[in-house]
Design a protein around this ligand. Sequence first.
Ligand code: FES
Ligand code: FES
Length: 176
Amino acid sequence: MREKELPIKLVVNGVPWEGTAPAEMTLLRLLRERIALTGTKEGCGIGECGACTVIVDGRPVPSCLMLAVEADGCQVRTVEGEVRDGELSPLQQAFVEHHAVQCGYCTPGMLMSAQALLERNPHPSDEEILEAIAGNLCRCTGYAAIVAAIRACADGAPPPTGAQRPETNGEEVSRD
Ligand code: FES
Ligand code: FES
């Protein structure tokens, strides 16, 4: 029997999205499978690795732990929305320049946790940076380059960013 679909309206990267999702579908799956934003990654699926972090109403959230229906009415930001006019955000650029990306699997979630930090605290200490990314695991970099990249942006926090239009509305797409 097909699961009952519930209506959801939310704004993703500044663009309104309206569709449906099963009651138990996570926000992570909604973003990846129905809004075609596959930049947000699934790692552990149980709230421990941070790969799935997105910003919901200004707060970093592990999207594998949030139901899609709980995001109804919310403003959601993903790594795709941080790109402005085809250019990397200052924080994304800093990650590149400081070699804070290796395999890149943790990077979308790491960026969103760091972006949320810089918007609520434009001048974080290294301790505050480490605390902000404590829920984001990286198996590759050893964290020093990531902290350096975030610190490089700390004197001029990037403003909240604009939108990338979701390309589908309610259609299933395959996972990466
Ligand atoms: Fe969500 Fe690991 S996939 S915290
Ligand atoms: Fe590979 Fe962080 S760059 S897990």
